[in-house]
Structure formats: C-alpha cells, structure tokens
Design a protein around this ligand. Structure first.
Ligand code: HAM
Length: 419
C-alpha cells in the first residue's frame, strides 16, 4: 500500500457532520445581507502580489510573512493566494467601473490564505464573509455596518460578542501622531523587542498592537492618537457613536485598536468574544477612504468588514444556536430484481413531489437496510420487495413514532409523505 497523503498543514476539510452548521450559517447570512440591500460579488482567489502589497501595506505581518506567494512557472507572473477580500473587491470595482453607477453595497464569501502558525481558531486556509460599502463616506455607513453585525449575531443565536471601536483620524492626524509616537518609542528603545525595533520607523502604530507582556507598561504610557485627531474625524466618530447609542448597540472605545492592515482611516471596529481563547476576534473592519485611489481608482470613500466563518461556527457549536437536522424525509429500502426497478421509479416520483429521498445502495438483507434507514434520521422508511413491486404498491413505515406500517398504492405515496 502506498503512503497516505494528508492535507496541507493549517488547511481543513469540512466534514459532512459539520455540514448543517455551515449551511445554517450560510443561509442565515444570505438572508441577512439581502435585508440590508448588499449584492454579491465573486472575485478570483489568485491576484497579482502587488495588489496586496499596495493595499495591505509593505510593513504588515500579512505582507511580510504570511502570504502564499509564488511565481507562475509559465510566464513569470508573481501571484498570491488572497489573504483577504477587500483589496480584490476594490480592484474589481475599479476594473469594471462599478462606481460609475453610484455607490455600491457589496458582499463576498470564500476561502482566504495566510501562512500563520496554526492553532485553534487560526488556520492557513480560512473562510470570510466580507461586506464593503463603496462610494459612501458618511458616519451613517459606519453605523450601518456595525448595526448589521449586531443583528447577525442575534439571527445566529449568538450572545457574548462585544464591540470595540476606535478612530484613526485622517492621514495628516496619523502623520502628526506617528512623529510623536516615534519620538516616544525612541526614548524607550531599550524596552523594544526585535519586531518593535524593526517597525519603529516603518510602522510604529503596530508597535501598540504588540502582545509582548514586557512591553505593556511602556505601551500604556505611549501618547494617544486621540490627542492628535482632526476635528472632522472627531465629529465623524461622535456621529457614529450617536447612531450606535440610538440603535441600542453597546460598545467600548479601545484607543489601542489600530488593526493589522494599513488601509484604514477614521472608524475601525472589532467584534470580540472571550469564549474562543486567544483567537477571539470574530469580525473586524473599518473605514478605508484612501484605498480606492491607492490602487488606481478615482477617489471615493469606502468602509467594510469581514468575519471569520470558522470562528463563528465554533461559537455556534459551543452555544445553543439551533440547527435544522439534515436528514432525508424517506429512506427507501428494497430487495429483489423486480423491486429494484420499481424502487427507482418510486424514488423519482417522490423527488418530483419535493420529497428528500435516500435510495438504499449496496444491497444487504432487509434487516441491515432497516438499520441504515433508522440511522439516517429519516421520518419514513419505504419498503419494496418483489411482492410490492408486483402489486404496484409500497410499504410505508413511520420511523419516528409508534404508528403501524401500512401498504399503499405507489401512486398515492408522494401525496401521503408530503402530508
Ligand atoms: P482581518 O481582521 O484581517 O480583516 O480579518 C477579518 C476576520 O477574519 C478576523 O476578525 C478573523 O475572524 C478572521 N481571520 C483572520 N485571519 C484568520 C485565520 N488565520 N484563521 C481564521 N480566521 C481568521 C480583513 O481581512 C479585512 N479585509 C476586513 C475588512 C473588510 N475591512 C474592511 N473591509
């Protein structure tokens, strides 16, 4: 026997038993997005590497060390498996001139790839549902994006997801703050770890994000971005908060929330839970008014977020979110040559009537087939032997209650089961 081949590290199979949770999640999300008027866009999984370098930022964890990048052997193009969806979505909107028709409310879903150290809730292939509002600059959109998140948690039956928000101000405010922060960090050089030292002059804001316990006190004492904020950004942030309060959405302002991607300005937010251990952020996003021009489009404001599907499904499994079982209505067992053809006809006539049927395959005694029928979770077993076949009948046996089995005409079966 040859050696078995395993999946790539950090990339998971979603097995049939997990199917119902994924399907419940996906159908709930689709209905929720429709309710807010967002339309689906599908982008390729592969993009030119430049797209991510230019948007996410050269000195970020994602671009520095987490991208699956390779050279196309046939033509030398440098390509990357998308680590996130925002850059691709904006690229597609520019390429197809979508904003010409006015602002766009868009969503996408699918696998993303990051070469991180795998652990519970953190994978190298994971799934996101992302939502992007392009061409809209008001605080009402930031609030809409947040309020719709709050509704989704309710729709999914999830509690204990807390909201953290912050504002990063405009580009000038960030530049002023950057200078002040570098000055402060330089004064504390001896306390900086390797990562922080490297980022000191390229991306000092990310130093604040460090989880290194030895740097926490120094980080606590760092100047606050809030003190450099420009008036319009502050007013924008106030307006977002007013709308959240009006909608009854609770939040906490976290002045250290800076996000791991460089394209953000003004409002940023994260939904976090304490129930998933270290990987507790289930959804995150913010405003990115500069990104469209950064990747070659005509200036337009934008904001959005993306959620981690695996993390939310883990949260559903750990909680009480209700999941409809995925069992057939009928499990059809049969034995005998004449019975086989009859069974096929009966199964198709049931499906014509909208009934979900599993037709037994693989032979076996009636007894072993009935065991399978029971295990399938079906409401009914339909039993066909050569007797039934000759008479144009079937035996209908309810599996979930104590009712007697009955013999009925095959043509009456679909209506009986559907009832
Ligand atoms: P992000 O914070 O990098 O933002 O990712 C969003 C969410 O994806 C995270 O909060 C987390 O739930 C999930 N996620 C990220 N990495 C992993 C991983 N390795 N394994 C499992 N789940 C993960 C973005 O991607 C932005 N594009 C969000 C956005 C959209 N901002 C504006 N529009």
């Amino acid at each position: 026997m040859s050696e078995t081949i395993q999946s790539v590290k950090g990339m998971n199979d979603v097995l049939p038993d997990e199917g119902p949770a994924w399907e419940f999640f996906e159908s709930t999300v689709r209905a929720w997005l429709r309710r807010y008027g967002y339309r689906q866009i599908r982008m390729p999984i592969l993009e030119r590497t430049d797209l991510f370098v230019r948007s996410i930022g050269e000195v970020t964890d994602i671009v520095e060390k987490e991208m699956f990048t390779f050279t196309d052997k046939l033509n030398g193009d440098v390509l990357t498996l998308r680590p996130e969806g925002t850059a691709s979505c904006v690229r597609a909107a520019i390429q197809h001139n979508l904003l010409y028709a006015g602002p766009q409310r868009l969503w996408y879903a699918g696998p993303m790839f990051r070469h991180e150290r795998p652990q519970k809730g953190r994978y190298r292939q994971f799934h996101q549902v992302g939502v992007e509002a392009l061409g809209l600059g008001g605080p009402d959109i930031d609030a809409e994006l947040i309020i719709m998140g709050a509704r989704l948690w309710r729709d999914l039956g999830l509690a204990d997801i807390a909201l953290e928000i912050n504002t990063l101000g405009d580009i000038d405010a960030r530049a002023r703050y950057r200078t002040r922060l570098i000055h402060y960090l330089e004064k504390h050089q001896d306390l900086l770890d390797g990562d922080a030292r490297r980022r000191l002059h390229t991306n000092p804001l990310r130093v604040l994000d460090s989880k290194n316990p030895e740097m926490q006190a120094m980080i606590e004492g760092a100047p606050k971005l809030l003190d450099d904020l420009d008036e319009p950004s502050l007013a924008h942030f106030e307006a977002v908060q007013r709308l959240l309060r009006h909608a009854g959405v609770e939040y906490r302002i976290n002045t250290r929330l800076v996000r791991g991607l460089d394209y953000y300005n003004r409002t940023v937010f994260e939904w976090v839970t304490t129930q998933l251990g270290a990987q507790g952020t289930v959804c995150a996003g913010g405003r990115y008014d500069g990104l469209i021009t950064q990747i070659g489009g005509k200036a337009a404001p934008a904001a959005g977020f993306a959620m981690g599907v695996e993390r939310l499904i883990a949260l559903m499994a750990g909680g009480s979110a209700s999941m409809p079982p995925l069992a057939p209505d009928v499990y059809l067992v049969w034995s005998g040559e004449a019975a086989e053809l009859h069974a096929w006809r009966v199964a198709e006539s049931l499906r014509d009537a909208g009934v979900d049927v599993t037709l037994h395959a693989g032979g076996g005694s009636f007894k072993s087939q009935m065991k399978r029928a029971d295990g399938s979770g079906a409401r009914f077993a339909v039993i066909i032997g050569d007797d039934e076949a000759a008479a144009g009948q079937v035996t209908l046996k309810p599996l979930r209650d104590q009712q007697e089995q009955t013999r009925v005409r095959a043509e009456d079966l679909p209506a009986l089961v559907a009832r």
